[in-house]
Design a binder for this molecule. Structure first.
Ligand code: NAD
Length: 488
């Protein structure tokens, strides 16, 4: 049985009150680990250690040291990629193929930020010849990093790499449903020769996250998760006006025009919605199809859905695993029922699959709800499960209006062969990412984040590093003379 501990000030330790939490397999509800469950008191210790470390020798590290550190972490991720992928699938239920892809992306993220950090240099500003004026980037300080359960280590990497690369110290709190890969990652960091307190792990629930958001000793909090927790973090951050980064939920339209390559569009509609059983913040669960091809498109999806292989993520033939928790399972089924009650037509799914292997665990059939209209709750709220809701539209204007008519703004996709239309839609859609004739690709070089209620700030890309820095103007007068403004 896996047992996890906290990592504070360079030491593995149990929570002060010895709290533990059973970690359950979403595939069969068996207990797979006992994880340390911290409280606010543990979080305070970790924050104090990070504070002390920030003011210590860590501040003297050079960009070369930190770029080397990130590259070293990438090597260790590669070395342990098999173990990490196994743990991620065990804990989240996602297929091993998906977890392996995550580990590759995580190593790439560390390498990308290593390159970026190594290229950092301040700017020298134009100034009188007796003045040196520089614009410098400095670390923000102690960073509290809070991550969700759907992409536990990937979301952590998007935060840890730029935070450490910029010279900050870190307290990370993964979701208490999925702490296993972040715990293993911390074991990798512990192999390195980092000063104590630079990297701290505190596993626990909302109260630990709230402590990070409220603490006056935390200078930045970066959070990925739902709107409810995001709101409370934003409010708590006003205590010391700490920097905040919020990556929140989405309601992401996947818009198919009649002139699209329909073979590709049908295939990607499945990937957009059912990858990781739809538990992706950018999942294309809101399918919008042009009237003239709507019925045929729904027909083709209906034919594909029963062929999706649902099963244990460790089995080679599995295409879709379970959802992560009992709570999610119940919530998704509730949303499907609400959709049907509002008049949506259940084409496929909407229940636990039949068969003994699906009796335990959080299994759901891939679900298609057709004839959804923009006013329905299922067209507006994030479902976060394997459910496609399909709406019909009659014109580009109608599609655009309906797609933008949501509080969220994370990601959208458009399918068309008309480049002019593709460009018009890309510009007019109010979303942080707009794909054309594709779905889901993201990479470290491109920014990630949401418009409107999908968040504040961006991760990845140059801006993903800048978010972890303070900008300073350093002005040095080399030849001071009395100014005489107020006379002699
Ligand atoms: P959640 O909001 O329940 O929890 C996220 C994290 O916040 C967990 O570590 C949790 O313990 C912690 N937390 C909960 N309440 C808190 C509070 N009051 N103060 C501080 N911390 C608190 O989210 P979740 O259910 O783990 O994840 C699913 C959500 O995450 C979905 O809405 C999804 O869209 C979103 N998400 C967004 C992105 C993105 O890039 N925008 C990526 C992945 C997931």
């Amino acid at each position: 049985m896996i047992q996890t501990q906290l990592y504070i000030d360079g030491q593995w330790q149990s929570p002060i009150d010895h709290g533990t939490r059973a970690i359950v397999s979403p595939a069969d509800e068996s207990v797979i680990a006992q994880a340390a469950e911290a409280t606010r008191a543990d979080a305070r210790l970790a924050i104090a250690a990070a504070r002390k470390a920030f003011d210590g020798p860590w501040r003297q590290t050079t960009i070369r040291d930190r770029a080397k550190l990130l590259n070293r972490i990438a090597e260790l991720i590669d070395r342990d990629a098999g173990k990490l992928a196994h743990l991620e699938s065990l804990n989240t239920g996602k297929t091993l193929t998906e977890s392996r892809t995550d580990m590759g992306d995580i190593a790439a993220t560390f390498r990308y930020f290593a390159g970026l950090v190594a290229s950092e240099s301040g700017a020298v500003n134009e100034a009188p010849h007796h003045v040196i004026s520089r614009t410098l980037r400095e670390p923000v300080g102690v960073c509290g990093l809070i991550t969700p359960w759907n992409y536990p280590l990937l979301q952590a990497a998007w935060k840890i790499a730029p935070a450490l690369g910029a010279g900050n110290t870190v307290v990370i709190k993964p979701s208490n449903l999925t702490p296993l890969t972040t715990h293993h990652f911390t074991q990798l960091v512990a192999e390195l020769d980092l000063p104590p307190g630079v990297f701290n792990l505190v596993t626990g629930g909302a109260e630990v996250g709230a402590e990070l958001a409220e603490s006056l000793d935390v200078d930045l909090v970066s959070f990925t998760g739902g709107a409810y927790a995001g709101e409370s973090i934003m409010k708590a951050a006003t205590g010391n006006f700490k920097r905040i980064g919020l990556e929140l939920g989405g309601k992401n339209p996947n818009i198919v025009f009649a002139d699209a390559d329909l073979d590709a569009a049908v295939d990607y509609a499945l990937n957009a919605a059912f990858f990781h059983a739809g538990q992706v913040c950018s999942a294309g669960s809101r399918l919008m199809v042009e009237d003239s091809i709507y019925d045929a498109f729904i027909g083709r999806l209906a034919e594909r859905l029963p062929r999706i292989v649902i099963g244990n993520g460790f089995h080679g033939e599995t295409q879709m695993g379970p959802v992560q928790s009992a709570q999610q399972h119940e919530k998704i089924l509730g949303m499907v029922q609400a959709g049907i009650a509002e008049g949506a037509r259940l084409v496929h799914g909407g229940k636990r699959p039949a068969g003994d292997v699906y009796k335990k665990g959080y299994w759901l059939e891939p679900t298609l709800l057709a004839d959804v209209t923009a006013e329905m709750k299922i067209a507006k709220e994030e479902i976060f499960g394997p459910v496609i809701t399909a709406e019909r539209f009659r014109s580009e204007e109608e599609a655009l209006r309906a797609a933008n008519d949501t509080p969220y703004g994370l990601a959208a996709a458009v399918w068309t062969r008309d480049l002019d239309k593709a460009n018009r839609m890309s510009r007019a859609l109010r979303f942080g990412t707009v794909w054309v004739n594709d779905y889901h690709p993201y990479f470290p070089e491109a920014p990630w984040g949401g418009y409107k209620a999908s968040g504040i700030g961006r991760e990845l890309a140059r801006i993903g590093l800048d978010e972890y820095t303070e900008l300073k103007h350093s002005y040095i007068n080399l030849a001071p003379k009395a100014m005489g403004w107020f006379g002699a």
